[in-house]
Design a protein around this ligand. Structure first.
Ligand code: ADP
Ligand code: MP5
Length: 275
């Protein structure tokens, strides 16, 4: 009997920090890739000692350690999509940007992680300009929350038209697409509205705002799910559609673990959706 052809393996890479508590960072990304049927790979930029109560310590990797991991992936395991999370400082951003160019990596999703929900800095302030100058122009999508979009654009975002203006500016700064997330918008009390801008038109995803403290790693999980969708060959709006369903299920069915701001449930999408 002729064996069935091997399914095409799609590979996704995350360049991010390790969260010992498993809810955000590398761990959230790899769980999301796995749940969405994509082979996950990682470049660790920092080790954090973290749990649901906060970030207790940050140990950045040195530049050579990051470069060696990037090169190991680039020389042997070309990813179908790449995402970045916690990038720590300018030298790590430059190393990541250099490899995106050198290896021709496509489908780059930037989650411009700056400050953890508990308030700890995950990116040096002086590295923001390196992120915008070196990495943003290489991206298929950037996924800021409202404070991150304010920091990247230098404008304050209060109204929906401010959001649209911020997204336009991010595209002018070089991003091909922008998903401006609405979790931090106090004006939409019952709804969370995420907005996608592809340089031409806007599209909105409205979800019920869930009353929960378990939102640790939501941004990481959402951007990882988009990356998995792109790795699987979906068009950007379809990848966002998939990711919105994934994150909404993950928040709605939280695991309820930890004494503080707990993780989302990465199993929920698979267990509540007919595959
Ligand atoms: N309370 C909530 N209920 C439902 N969805 C939420 C809630 N908080 C955040 N989300 C969703 O989680 C994702 C991350 O949103 P946001 O909180 O804005 O970003 P970040 O996690 O980067 O701070 C978005 O898709 C947003 O719509
Ligand atoms: C390693 C790492 N990466 C990203 C986040 C952001 O996640 P959150 O905004 O939910 O704190 C985090 N806390 N830790």
């Amino acid at each position: 009997m002729t064996p069935a052809p091997a399914p095409t393996i799609r590979k996704a890479l995350t360049i991010a920090g390790s969260d010992s508590g498993g809810g955000a960072g590398i761990q959230a990304d790899l769980k999301t890739f796995q749940e969405l049927g994509v082979y996950g790979m990682s470049v660790v930029t920092a080790v954090t000692a973290q749990n649901t109560l906060g970030v207790h310590a940050v140990y950045p990797m040195n530049e050579q350690a990051v470069q060696a991991q990037l090169q190991a992936i680039g020389d042997d395991l070309p990813p179908d999509a790449v995402k970045t999370g916690m990038l720590v400082d300018a030298s790590i951003i430059e190393a990541a940007a250099e490899c995106v160019v050198r290896y021709g990596w496509r489908n780059l999703v930037i989650d411009p992680v700056m400050i953890a929900k508990g308030g700890s800095a995950l990116l040096r302030q002086e590295a923001v300009s390196t992120l915008t100058n070196k990495l943003l122009p290489l991206s298929a999508l950037v996924t800021p929350n409202i404070p991150e979009a304010e920091e990247l654009t230098g404008m304050s975002i209060v109204t929906l038209s401010d959001r649209e203006e911020a997204a336009r500016r991010l595209c002018q700064m070089g991003a091909r697409g922008v998903l401006l997330k609405g979790g931090h918008d106090p004006s939409t009390q019952d709804l969370v509205i995420d907005m996608l801008y592809d340089g031409r038109s806007f599209r909105f995803w409205e979800n019920k705002r869930l009353d929960t403290r378990h939102t640790h790693g939501t941004g990481c999980t959402l951007s990882a799910a988009i990356t998995a969708g792109l790795a699987r060959g979906l068009e950007l709006p379809d990848a966002v559609d998939l990711a919105e369903a994934f994150i909404h299920a993950a928040i709605a069915h939280s695991l309820g673990i930890g004494a503080g701001q707990g993780p989302t449930n990465h199993f929920a999408y698979r267990s509540t959706t007919k595959q």
